[in-house]
Design a protein around this ligand. Sequence first.
Ligand code: OAD
Length: 230
Amino acid sequence: MEKIVVLTGAGISAENGLGTFRDEEGLWAQHRIEDVATPEGFAANPQLVHDFYNARRAQAVEASPNAAHQALARLEAEFSGEVLIVTQNVDNLHEAAGSKAVVHMHGALSGALCAACDHRWPAPLVMAPNDPCPACNQPATRPDIVWFGEMPYGMEAIWDQLRAADLFVAIGTSGNVYPAAAFVQDAARYGADTVELNLEPSATISDFADARFGKASDVVSAWVEEVLAQ
Ligand code: OAD
């Protein structure tokens, strides 16, 4: 086995108190997706959208990686082949744990993006709609987050990696949001073995060859031990 591609979702950071999206008390039970996670919502009320991401950024900077993030960093450091993490999460806990090969397909809270000229820069802790872009000076600052209706980042490279993968692992994701929910099929079609590690079966569980259920800090750590022992 030479290449492992890992997809992570909100469940891997749930034990850090960052909140998942679709659980009973999840973020989408408290906020309407249309209001805070679409370009239309941002156009209608940019302050509301900045408030939402400012609050999430404040929480994220306080969080530390848990045993699952640490186990994945260890996998990358000790596995004889290649490990790539594709995360849907906008926190930086994989990097904080020491993972190097991480693609943030849905963007990151740590980034700011100019909607006028596409310039990117590190986000301040608190962003506001009238913050000027450091490159073009337009007051068109937005979080560097991929919203519904926008193309996730790095897709061509991700699909190349999925085609080359020997093993695809999905961790803590409910399998409701595409294109990430189809990665298991993409990888399996090109011959990868597949495993889901989740608290409970995802919407795409039937596409996986194998699964382990439990808290990420338990199941991911145990799975990494197994892979490294092989
Ligand atoms: P969801 O909230 O949809 O799913 C979280 C998953 O994590 C569920 O399957 C839970 O069972 C599982 N889970 C909860 N606690 C866990 C724990 N301690 N250990 C392991 N698993 C646990 O979150 P995502 O699938 O990440 O996109 O959501 C995908 C995308 O939808 C997000 O990136 C975001 C959201 O709308 C955008 O905002 C564009």
